[in-house]
Design a protein around this ligand. Structure first.
Ligand SMILES: Nc1nc2c(c(=O)[nH]1)N[C@H]1C(S)=C(S)[C@@H](COP(=O)(O)OP(=O)(O)OC[C@H]3O[C@@H](n4cnc5c(=O)[nH]c(N)nc54)[C@H](O)[C@@H]3O)O[C@H]1N2
Ligand SMILES: Nc1nc2c(c(=O)[nH]1)N[C@H]1C(S)=C(S)[C@@H](COP(=O)(O)OP(=O)(O)OC[C@H]3O[C@@H](n4cnc5c(=O)[nH]c(N)nc54)[C@H](O)[C@@H]3O)O[C@H]1N2
Ligand SMILES: [Mo]
Length: 763
């Protein structure tokens, strides 16, 4: 690993030499500054730094390389030698850069100076921190607080995030939407409704003990590759893995462990999924209902034959509600309705049910395939139905495992980054800081986007992320974003959101997670919370990319000081000087979750924030775990129609959200381009299309809005008829803002109504 030149050639399966080669290719000519291998060796280890990529947990007993291909890419991408200095703008205008790809924009390197947008020249120009903070503070003071939005992307640590939320509330608003509004908000709302927990119940010991995984719409090979290790261990001890996913994802098919020299030499593959069910996009409600129906029928049979029950009746009686209605729904739905809806056969669904019933302990894993749907919360409820039938929540080796996105996305919510006032202990904030926090709910990100289009939202402040690019409805947002009075982005790299500046616009460059953060009281550590609700310390050691960078915490405090009234209990400077003081405040605000925070933050594997649902204490309205009875068989926000297709917006293996590392989606065999549409051969034939033809995707939402993405190449792919795939964020131009989960408003990006037409525009 130390010498990239020595890395052997590629291999097929997920993991293996292929993954190491993938890492090497990110470097290209800009293999970063010296010491990157040492940096990688500290990644995800106690007293090291926590990966800035995904939120997959970090084990207490770690491996020599406790990072994956994509974690290494994330670290290397932020440690690049390239710099986007103020000189860059001598040759470029903001408008001119709109023709650049996401990849090209971030490839300009790390941002080095605070920048101010200058409308006269259509460029960003260098400024200094005092000027920027004072001007932003004055701008904010002139606006009504509820017209201002405080977005955060899930990168920043718990300390900066806590202060960010405090800042917004001192300023006077709960407008604290987060990237999870586009992501696992369905979990925060839907899972909370049915089991009383807005986060997963699974912890590391459950992975070690389980004997079966059911995967729904989560792609570990690309999005949480370190998950492949426990999956392989599970296979080695004979566990079953059943996957439901329209797309055949290599990381769920087979795996070579890059940390096992023998497997590396022989290319020995482990088959991951025993069963891989390629259902139609958006049809999980039907598929899961089919599995449940088979379980219910098996229980009927067993009990009438005098055999042991299949359903866990004592659990159902003691712990759940809504069971009878759900069973009546399952019995009353005919198999042909189920199979027609999901495109899977009754045999296939009964097969899945058999594996489910044979397993003593089952974990249900899910991701964007379930959450980014118009009835996503019902998807989550259906998965919980399946788990509840055999008491697969709240006992060792079982549980519900939503795999979260950004490294601290879950933690930011834990420490008060929430637009819903009820989620925050406002009384404690009042007592600690002597002010009256706003009580009115803030704005969800979908409403923010609608508010920007309608001119109601007048300023957005973004703590990380690339919000304009990540949201649906790109074209209308790009048209209206600049009408805001003020846009402020705390960023590490240039991205498309910067190219639509408000009347006043600022880019504030920050330290990255792997970099040394030294304040008045010495070097600082930050903390993050992973997908299993484990809290970890993270200490950067690398030399910062520029001497002008500030930490996220220092920037937040600087903005807050400039925009809010002085308050003797709010000592921004002292907090910046020593982050331990901020952790004390977090502990004072959330004493149950953060007991002994400063002492425990470097516990190997993190310390656990507890989760009552994993002890079968259900903090739901009914005080029980709730069965869901959906009133439809799919999660779509539209009906089928002649020629209409369901578009899945996908992540490649060479991106982290809108950060595009490169153009190699190795696992899907798509190289050198992202401008593709994956199609079933039948759908191609029906339209007279061949592999390689040029097409456009056009919106078929029936709302009269013209949405179009052209210049795409048809790729014949193993995907069900009626479902097509293409990459996010390019496809966001096709996603209507109105298409979102009914309960949580998470955009329905995994089943978007489109048509495929020939594209006659010149390449
Ligand atoms: N390398 C890398 N890692 C990442 C990210 C990244 O972009 N790159 N993003 C991070 C973030 S913020 C997040 S939220 C997570 C996202 O991680 P995932 O939750 O894995 O998200 P996706 O890859 O968008 O979609 C997951 C899978 O859902 C499938 N799918 C689509 N529609 C359906 C459906 O209707 N039913 C079912 N059952 N499956 C469906 C897709 O084929 C895909 O395999 O990953 C995080 N980690
Ligand atoms: N169609 C479609 N749309 C989607 C999705 C989808 O699957 N399909 N997925 C949705 C999901 S799950 C998510 S989470 C959102 C993601 O949306 P965002 O979180 O808003 O976007 P990112 O691409 O993660 O943001 C990348 C930028 O973050 C900045 N950055 C990187 N590291 C740091 C750091 O350490 N600190 C700070 N301050 N900034 C940093 C860099 O400037 C970089 O350009 O997109 C959503 N949009
Ligand atoms: Mo996400």
């Amino acid at each position: 690993m130390a010498d990239r030149e020595d890395l052997p050639a590629d291999h097929g399966p997920a993991g293996g030499w292929g993954s190491l080669r993938g890492v090497r290719e990110v470097f290209g000519e800009s293999w970063p500054t010296p010491g990157v291998v040492q940096t990688l060796l500290r990644q995800n280890k106690p007293v090291g730094f926590m990966c800035a990529s995904c939120a997959w947990p970090k084990p207490a007993t770690y491996k020599p390389f406790e990072f994956c291909e994509n974690g290494a890419k994330a670290t290397i991408w932020e440690s690049t030698t390239a710099r986007c200095t103020p000189d860059f703008w001598t040759d470029h205008t903001v408008t001119g850069l709109r023709g650049w790809s996401d990849h090209a924009l971030e490839s300009t390197g790390r941002l080095t100076h605070p920048l101010r947008y200058e409308p006269e020249t259509d460029r960003y120009v260098e400024t200094d921190w005092d000027t920027a903070l004072a001007a932003i503070g004055a701008g904010l003071k002139a606006l009504p607080p509820d017209d201002v939005v405080f977005y955060s992307a899930g990168h920043a640590g718990l300390e900066a995030s806590y202060l960010w939320a405090l800042f917004a509330r001192l300023y006077g608003t709960n407008n604290l939407p987060q990237s999870s509004n586009m992501c696992h908000e369905t979990t925060s709302v839907g899972l909370k409704k049915v089991i009383g927990s807005p986060v997963g119940t699974v912890v590391w010991e459950d992975l070690d003990a389980t004997d079966c995984y059911f995967f729904f719409g989560q792609n570990p090979g690309t999005n949480s590759p370190r998950f492949l290790h426990p999956l392989k261990e599970a296979k080695d001890r004979g566990a079953g893995i059943v996957t439901f996913n329209p797309v055949r994802e290599q990381g769920l098919v087979s795996f070579v462990d890059p940390q096992n020299p023998r497997a590396m030499l022989t290319g020995e593959e482990t088959v991951i999924s025993d069963q891989y069910h390629q259902l139609k996009a958006g049809s999980d409600i039907a598929a899961i209902l089919g599995v449940c129906k088979a379980v219910i029928e098996a229980d009927d049979g067993a009990r009438s034959d005098g055999r042991a029950a299949v359903i866990d009746w004592p659990f159902i009686e003691e712990h759940t509600t809504g069971f009878e209605e759900f069973v009546a729904f399952a019995r009353g739905t005919f198999w042909h309705a189920i199979t027609a809806e999901c495109g899977l056969t009754e045999v296939a669904l009964r097969d899945a049910a058999r594996v489910y019933m044979e397993a003593e302990r089952v974990i249900g894993v899910y991701g964007m395939g379930l959450t980014q749907q118009a009835h996503g919360a019902w998807n989550v409820g259906m998965l919980v139905n399946l788990l509840l039938l055999r008491g697969n929540i709240g006992r060792l080796g079982t549980g519900c495992c939503p795999v979260r996105g950004h490294s601290n996305v879950q933690g930011q919510r834990t420490v008060g980054v929430a637009e819903k006032a009820e989620l925050v202990p406002l009384d404690r904030l009042r007592a600690l800081f002597g002010f009256e926090p706003p009580h009115r709910d803030g704005t969800h990100i979908v409403d923010v986007a609608q508010g920007i289009i309608a001119g109601r939202i007048r300023a957005t402040l973004c703590l990380g992320g690339n919000l304009l690019r990540a949201l649906p409805e790109t074209a209308r947002l790009e048209e209206t974003w600049q009408r805001q009075d003020l846009t402020v982005m705390v960023s590490t790299k240039l991205n498309r959101s910067h190219l639509f500046p408000g009347r006043q616009a600022w880019i504030l460059p920050c330290l990255a997670r792997s970099e040394r953060d030294v304040q008045a009281r010495g070097p600082q550590t930050v903390t993050v919370e992973d997908s299993f609700s484990m809290i970890h310390g993270s200490t950067g050691k690398r030399t910062p990319a520029s001497p002008h960078l500030r930490s996220e915490l220092a920037i937040v405090a600087g903005l807050a000081k400039a925009a809010t009234a002085p308050n003797p209990k709010v000592t921004w400077d002292a907090w910046v000087a020593d982050y331990r003081r901020v952790r004390d405040l977090i502990e004072a605000t959330y004493p149950d979750d953060f007991r002994g925070f400063n002492d425990r933050m470097n516990t190997p594997g993190g310390f656990w924030r507890d989760n009552p649902a994993s002890r079968r204490i259900w903090q739901t309205d009914s005080g029980r775990a709730e069965f869901t009875r959906p009133d439809r068989l799919n999660a779509l926000g539209f009906e089928d129609a002649e020629g209409r297709l369901r578009l899945v917006t996908m992540r490649s293996n060479d991106q982290f959200n809108t950060t595009i590392y490169g153009y190699s989606d190795r696992f899907r065999g798509i190289e050198g381009t992202r401008d593709v549409v994956l199609m079933n051969v039948g759908d191609m034939a029906a339209r007279g299309l061949s592999h390689g033809d040029r097409v456009a995707l056009v919106s078929d939402a029936g709302d009269g809005v013209d949405r179009r993405l052209g210049g795409l190449e048809v790729i014949r792919f193993d995907i069900p008829e009626g479902t097509v795939g293409s990459y996010y964020p390019e496809c966001n131009v096709l996603v209507p803002l109105s298409l979102h989960d009914r309960m949580s408003k998470t955009p329905g990006s995994k089943a978007v109504p489109v048509r495929v037409v020939r594209d006659d525009t010149v390449a």
